[in-house]
Design a protein around this ligand. Structure first.
Ligand code: SF4
Length: 342
């Protein structure tokens, strides 16, 4: 039976970290009994860092006209996709700032161009970007998503969820979409067959109650749509940000990760994050409920802008998984296994 929010909070507040890991691993084993741990080979392509949202936790964005701002040309984007395919990649995650001058056609043309040239999954545009596009185009969220899908969008990443509680969002990103808007975009996307992931970012001064409130909102939406493929917890990287502060401890991260596995019993995959935690803690996530280690990420810019940079390769990933006593497998965006490393 699913945990109530009160029971979830009790685990988060009072649970012993090792006991939580064991309990989460049991849930993981019941969902994934074959001991396989998956990863994907993809590339993040950040078409522009110009953003009007100015989130206080973000080290990536630049204001329009500010030094360091950029907008990638289509040629550069296509070259990056070419390199991704040559390296065995199957997915691109295209995301960028909320650029004040790009109109909706820019995104549609980009998708059309990519799909015309390449067979690659386009897992792109977070809800904040979708709402930004809808406003620019004067379209409903539904029509915006339908147009994006028609142009080649395959699925949505779960970015921009941070903590789905407006009190937190008002403090750390007052200009960004509300919790309700994030959930609304996901619900509409799932309704037209655009599945997605969901994320949570911890460490921005939220309470443990607010972390559970976030999980509860995602679980409730999943009950209605079934469209979330995976849940990913990230830790806030304070370097070079206006918000600043300290990083959450690895213990706090692992404990929260374990509770997400136990609490979100209707979401199949839980992803461990080596990107924010490094490979040692990334490997430990496999004992705390994670069944997937996300992407090799041939390119990543957002976490790196905050001063955190870990490198990963297919060989390294396979070794991390093997050394944890599991079988490594490369997957696609839909979690189909492409190849096993036995
Ligand atoms: S997190 Fe996204 S929306 Fe917020 S400032 Fe950074 S790029 Fe813009």
């Amino acid at each position: 039976m699913s945990l109530s929010p009160k029971e979830g909070l009790d685990l988060l507040c009072n649970g012993d970290v090792l006991a939580l890991g064991k309990q989460a691993d049991e849930v993981r084993r019941s969902l994934h009994p074959d001991n396989t741990v998956t990863f994907i080979v993809d590339r993040n392509i950040n078409y522009s860092n110009v953003c009007v949202s100015e989130c206080k936790f973000c080290a990536f964005y630049r204001r329009k006209g500010e030094k360091g701002q950029y907008l990638l040309s289509n040629d550069v984007i296509l070259k990056k996709i070419d390199e991704t395919i040559s390296a065995g990649g199957t997915q691109v995650m295209i995301q960028g700032g909320l650029h004040p001058d790009l109109d909706f056609q820019y995104y549609l043309d980009m998708l059309n161009l990519i799909k015309k040239k390449y067979r690659i999954t386009i897992h792109s545009f977070s809800p904040a970007e979708v709402i930004h596009m809808a406003k620019k185009a004067n379209l409903s969220i539904l029509d915006t998503l339908k147009e994006l899908k028609k142009a080649g969008l395959d699925s949505l990443p779960g970015g921009g969820a941070e903590i789905l509680v407006d009190e937190v969002r008002q403090r750390v990103s007052p200009k960004k979409i509300s919790a309700g808007e994030w959930l609304e975009v996901m619900e509409i996307a799932h309704g037209i067959g655009l599945e997605s992931t969901a994320t949570m970012v911890i460490g921005m001064g939220e309470t443990l109650e607010q972390r559970i409130e976030h999980m509860e909102k995602v679980r409730q939406l999943q009950k209605r749509t079934g469209g979330f493929r995976a849940f990913i917890t990230w830790t806030f990287q304070p370097g070079n940000t206006e918000l600043g502060g300290k990083k959450v401890t690895a213990w706090d991260y692992l404990k929260t990760l374990a509770v997400t596995r136990i609490y979100l019993d209707n979401i199949k995959h839980i992803q461990g994050s080596w990107v924010t935690q490094g490979q040692n803690i990334g490997q430990l996530t496999l004992a705390f409920g994670a069944d997937d280690l996300g992407s090799i990420m041939l390119e990543e810019n957002v976490v790196r802008a905050a001063g955190t940079s870990y490198q990963m390769s297919i060989d390294k990933m396979v070794n991390i998984i093997r050394d944890a006593g599991k079988v490594a497998a490369q997957r696609d965006t839909q979690y189909n296994i492409i190849r096993k490393f036995e």
